[in-house]
Design a binder for this molecule. Structure first.
Ligand SMILES: Cc1cc2nc3c(=O)[nH]c(=O)nc-3n(C[C@H](O)[C@H](O)[C@H](O)COP(=O)(O)OP(=O)(O)OC[C@H]3O[C@@H](n4cnc5c(N)ncnc54)[C@H](O)[C@@H]3O)c2cc1C
Length: 414
């Protein structure tokens, strides 16, 4: 606070975007491209960009085949994927379209596998095909399955590098745009024709606000007097990685058949763009929104989650799955057992713990996890209230949607 109790008055901006993750940066980038005359600031509370979900994910460029055909998620994922690849090519960000396989290991998974295949075909995902046990072995010699789907257009990338490039372009090409880290937005003071955005360092006046605060988006919405109609519940995902010796057991990406009732894809094997192979993530309720350790705890975050009836309704519905995930989070043996479903030859000495990520899962008061992206408008603000996976893949398409909403709703000149 620079020694004073009131934050200093900083500059004026047309738009302040709250959150320097990939969704906030892609939104600012798209608005900058369409409205070069507009002055935008992106405010990020951490010392670096992409410090939370964007920098703690699997790094997979998703194809879009899992999602209900015609849904926002399906459309934006496919569109965003293509745009992301073009962006990576143009700006020389390393990526690889290595393809993936989804593998059924039990007869009871075959019906879900068929549904995913149908969804993919209806959504026009390029070149997907059903494969049998021999083809699974040809593609991934260490993997055992009874049937699968080959998805050639899936890829890998480092989303932090994408976020950093977006930030450079926003500052370089716009009309005095700024991307400011270490700026935590603490209050939004509404005035007739502007909002004073108060941060831990200085305050800014902005005509319009765009909330892309990820794990904190419901709290930022409340600062703006918007009742979000949902609450963010954090789910941590732990990853192991394969030792150098075991890395040869995975060539590309191997996924299980996900349970359609759950918003998570299941523990998978991912060859990353830096060359190692990660296995995970599981999905366990976290007692801290930005807590990456297994025992991390925040009283405020735990209270927010556990005092929410929606969370208890969800726990009640999925208690069996939740307990299983909890056990796997604390037992390496059980985690390994789950990995062995896809690669039976995997041994304890083949894996070592690596990183964790925390997902911002929006839950409705009735306990239903919100599946699709959720973007709300109110007053002079736009709030992104649910941007789960594949939002990193879809970020440029989500950014375009936000640009269109901002253009119409804020009446920005075309
Ligand atoms: C474990 C895991 C695996 C995933 N795997 C994939 C994948 O392989 N492919 C894929 O496409 N998607 C994946 N996702 C999803 C993807 O990472 C997210 O959907 C995406 O990163 C969301 O971006 P975001 O900008 O909304 O959120 P974030 O990246 O979380 O960014 C929000 C930012 O807002 C900042 N912020 C919060 N409050 C304030 C405040 N008051 N003031 C200033 N700044 C604030 C935060 O510090 C944060 O940097 C995964 C997610 C997780 C957690």
């Amino acid at each position: 606070m620079n020694g004073s109790t009131l934050p200093l008055r900083g500059e004026n901006f047309d738009i302040v975007v709250i959150g320097g993750g990939i969704v906030g940066l892609a939104s600012a980038y798209k608005i900058m491209l369409n409205h070069p005359e507009i002055r935008i600031a992106v405010l990020e509370k951490e010392e670096k960009l992409a410090a939370h979900q964007t920098g703690h994910n699997s790094g997979v460029i998703h194809s879009g085949l899992y999602y209900t055909p015609g849904s926002n998620k399906a459309r934006t994922c496919t569109k965003g994927r293509k745009e992301l690849v073009d962006f990576a090519k143009k700006h020389k960000i390393p990526y690889e379209i290595c393809g993936k396989i989804i593998v059924a290991t039990k007869v009871k998974e075959l019906a879900n596998l068929e549904t995913i295949l149908r969804n993919g075909q209806e959504s026009d995902i390029e070149d997907i095909e059903k494969i049998g046990p021999e083809q699974i072995k040809e593609i991934e010699p260490s993997c055992e399955g009874i049937a699968g789907i080959r998805v050639p257009c899936t890829g890998i990338i480092d989303f932090t590098k994408v976020a950093e490039k977006l930030s450079q372009l926003i500052e370089k090409k716009g009309n005095g745009n700024k991307v400011l880290t270490s700026h935590t937005v603490t209050a939004l003071d509404k005035h007739d024709f502007f909002t004073r955005v108060v941060t831990n360092q200085e305050s800014f006046d902005a005509k319009y606000i765009i909330n892309c605060a990820g794990l904190q988006c419901d709290r930022v919405a409340k600062m703006d007097n918007v009742a979000p109609g949902m609450r963010i519940v954090p789910f941590r995902g732990d990853y192991y990685e394969l030792t150098e010796k075991a890395q040869k057991k995975v060539k590309g990406l191997i996924y299980p058949v996900p349970d359609p009732a759950l918003p998570f894809l299941g523990v998978h094997f991912t060859r990353t763009i830096s060359g190692n192979v990660e296995c995970g993530p599981n999905a366990v309720f976290s007692f801290k929104r930005e807590g990456y350790g297994k025992t991390d705890f925040s009283l405020a975050d735990s209270w927010d989650a556990l005092s929410y009836p929606g969370l208890w309704k969800m726990f009640f519905k999925y208690w069996r799955y939740g307990l299983g995930e909890y056990a796997r989070a604390f037992s390496r043996k059980l985690f390994l057992k789950q990995l062995q479903r896809l690669i039976p030859s995997l041994q304890d000495e083949d894996i070592k713990p690596c990183k964790a990520g925390v997902r911002a899962q929006a839950i409705e008061p009735n306990g239903r996890p919100i599946d699709d992206f959720k973007i709300e408008r109110k007053g002079n603000s736009i709030h992104v209230l649910n941007a789960p996976s594949p939002a990193a893949t879809a970020s440029l398409a989500i950014g375009e949607t936000i640009n269109q909403i901002a253009t119409d709703y804020f009446k920005l000149k075309e």
